[in-house]
Design a protein around this ligand. Structure first.
Ligand code: AVJ
Length: 320
């Protein structure tokens, strides 16, 4: 740790690149083309997601921030002081100050796959909380993460805001929750944001804003493939779509071909018929009961839950 309180943990960028290529190629070979949503978040995508949180139709970020800002006293009482807060997929860490001020942790470990973004955000946060040790780790949180030695002996609070758990199908969410338990160790707690089922028009508008920020976020994935995997996808022939899948209680994002198109990715040829889609994201929505069931399946016992004033979003506290 230097005097900024920042310590950088080295990671394997080549490994991230290989995983991206493997996920894209195998997903594009499927009958229903699909690419895991985590690849939406390169530096450009992470920035676009931050922009989404500002659009009027996108309520989840505002609703969750309201909960985090107004429930500080509840968090302090339920969580206590002196834990190391480990934030999974920290992005720009915008929601973190409210939590850190409330519970006075012993250290903060932001964990994210987008390295440049992570380091900038960690530096900002360290400046806001002088004296708080900040240890950013550039890593894929879907795998078990070796936490910095400095926090080894502290009890952990996993912090997973933003409803990112909802990006996973239930079985994958269960695996991730179990992996988090292993990463966080004995006596850990978890504070997780989970969006709630509501009117379909409200849900679809949140994922297809009139200002087209979400459309750009989705299309950025095709641009990223072109940039990083020698792709020739005609991005102007793809259109963003958000649809509610009632059977699985989730919003799906797709990139819809506007024409018959053919292109290459990493030397491999692909084609799409007009109307065919690449499925790029799921955002599962919960009831209080389905949220509890998901956490229990992942080895966490829910002990508290808070909703925003319009009851659109929930933040759940669970213990290992
Ligand atoms: C970052 C997972 C919370 O699912 O609401 C926002 C991502 N996708 N608009 C979500 C997203 C399109 C977002 N999370």
């Amino acid at each position: 740790t230097d005097n900024s309180g920042l310590k950088l943990v080295d990671l394997d960028e080549a490994g991230v690149d290989r995983a991206f290529r493997a996920d894209v190629l195998s997903g594009m070979r499927e009958a229903q083309k699909a690419i895991p949503a985590r690849w939406l978040y390169d530096d450009a995508g992470s920035q676009l997601y931050e922009d989404i949180t500002q659009v009027p139709e996108y309520y989840p970020a505002r609703a969750e921030t309201e909960i985090l800002k107004t429930r500080g006293a509840d968090f302090a009482e339920a969580i206590g002081k002196g834990r190391a807060v480990v934030e999974f997929g920290s992005g720009s860490s915008v929601k973190t100050p409210a939590l850190l001020s409330a519970i006075q942790p012993a250290a903060y470990v932001p964990l994210d796959i987008a390295g440049d973004f992570l380091r900038a955000a960690a530096a900002d946060l360290a400046a806001k909380f002088p004296g708080l040790p900040v240890h950013p780790v550039e890593a894929d949180f879907m795998r078990r993460v070796e936490l910095p030695a400095e926090v080894a002996d502290l009890p952990k609070l996993g912090f997973f805001p933003g409803g990112t758990l909802g990006n996973m199908v239930p079985r994958t969410a269960t695996d991730l929750l179990r992996t988090m338990r292993e990463t966080l160790g004995e006596g850990a707690m978890l504070l997780v944001g989970m969006d709630l089922i509501k009117d379909v028009a409200v849900l679809e508008a949140a994922y297809d804003d009139a200002g087209r920020v979400t459309a750009e976020f989705n299309l950025n994935l095709a641009r990223r493939i072109n940039r990083e995997l020698d792709g020739t996808i005609p991005v102007d022939k793809l259109e963003h779509e958000a649809r509610w899948n009632d059977q699985f209680a989730r919003i799906e994002m797709h990139l819809v071909a506007q024409d018959d198109i053919a292109f290459e990715i990493a030397g491999e040829e692909f084609s799409m018929r007009a109307g065919e889609t690449i499925h790029t994201e799921n955002s599962h929505k919960f009831t209080a009961r389905s949220a509890d069931k998901q956490l229990l399946a992942g080895g966490w016992t829910p002990i508290d839950r808070w909703l925003d004033s319009e009851k659109r979003f929930s933040v759940v506290l669970a213990e290992a």
